[in-house]
Design a protein around this ligand. Structure first.
Ligand code: PEP
Ligand code: MN
Length: 348
């Protein structure tokens, strides 16, 4: 059950709701946001639920009381029937927009990032990606430029006007990454790094959560719940492929069926990442088109000025020419889905 308070409800009104919940042996969970929401995360016996709901509904300061049957509450469509639109400095994720995020796997230097930003922006991308802190399987692989990379990203964002996203791997770096980029990326390997989710939740900074390679839909949405329950309403989900049966042909198995599932059970925008989903540049365009057909609100694509020189994920990076071709064709799929590519509006 979730109780949503009116905007500006007083502390006394909130306390009164909490007291009514505690009186029935249940523990309220305060979820601050634009408006205060009070959740009752445990299951409530049916004979308690109905009368409790009726009492809470008439308490002063209460806007609505919703019964949520799923284990995730704030992420569920039962709690929030309308699609959530996440506005990132004038770039919107969610109906009717399709937002294209593109850029290198890793930020390798100013020239590389600036050239990529100009290419992808010209072709219709509104968000530039690039990792500064890289989760690499081997400690001997390129680990990213760290804070220097973030500074480059911020500078390129300012110079081109494109919005930016970069990964944050640890709770203590949330503030620093949020200062430099428009969206925090929580990587697949970090999907269940709960201290990180809590910190990113408290920051309120737009966050894109990638699905762990072994995560079920419920686990994915419960991870999103951590962000929401800690006060962050600006959450974007990203499907990036799950562990494959067979690595011979693709790196992961892009679970496109998860897109309509997530759209049914959650109100949060869904982005698809076919680069990590397939691991091979030649399969990326087809999966981008398929993602639009499946109802995705955006795609994230790795692009490098010269993939042969890429310091990470070289095999899956599109060349600028291939990205331009893909975007040309994507426009047709976007239009036939009754949607339009998002634009960069002025920052609020
Ligand atoms: C990335 O986007 O560069 C990345 C590391 O992705 P994932 O967390 O999905 O592996
Ligand atoms: Mn990558």
């Amino acid at each position: 059950m979730v109780v949503v308070m009116h905007h500006g409800a007083s502390d006394a009104e909130i306390d009164q709701v909490c007291d009514s919940i505690r009186k029935r042996g249940l523990e309220p969970l305060l979820m601050p946001g634009n408006t205060m929401a009070i959740g009752i995360p445990s299951s409530i016996p049916p004979d308690v639920r109905e009368p409790l709901g009726q009492i809470l509904q008439i308490l002063p300061g209460v806007d609505s009381v919703t019964h949520v049957s799923r284990s995730y509450k704030l992420a569920s469509r039962e709690f929030h029937p309308a699609d959530t639109i996440v506005d990132v400095g004038g770039v919107r994720f969610g109906q009717p927009n399709v937002t294209v995020i593109a850029g290198p796997c890793s930020i390798e230097g100013y020239d590389q990032l600036k050239a990529t930003a100009e290419t992808v922006q010209r072709a219709g991308a509104t968000v530039l990606r690039g990792g500064a802190f890289k989760p690499r399987t081997s400690p001997y692989s390129f680990q990213g430029l760290a804070e220097e990379g973030l500074r480059i990203m911020q500078q390129v964002g300012k110079e081109t006007g494109i919005r930016t996203i970069s990964e944050v791997m640890s709770p203590d770096m949330v503030e620093t990454v949020a200062k430099h980029v428009d969206i925090l990326q929580i990587g697949a390997r970090s999907m269940q790094n709960f201290p990180l989710l809590i910190e990113a939740g408290k920051s309120g900074h737009p966050a894109m959560l990638k699905r762990g390679p072994g995560a079920t839909v419920d686990e994915f949405l419960l991870a999103a719940e951590y962000l929401l329950a800690n006060g962050n309403q600006n959450v974007i989900l990203c499907e990036r492929g799950v562990h494959p049966l067979d690595r011979t042909y693709t790196r992961n198995t892009l679970d496109l069926a998860a897109v309509p599932v997530l759209k049914e059970y959650s109100h949060l925008p869904v982005v698809v990442d076919p680069s990590h989903g397939t691991g091979k540049a030649k399969y990326v365009p087809a999966m981008c088109y398929a993602a639009i057909a499946a109802g995705a609100d955006g795609i994230m694509v790795e692009v490098h000025p010269d993939p042969r020189e890429s310091l990470s994920d070289a095999a899956q990076a599109l060349t600028p020419a291939l990205f331009e071709q893909m975007m040309e064709k994507l426009r047709g799929f976007v239009a036939s889905a009754g949607r339009s590519l998002s634009r960069i509006e002025a920052r609020a």
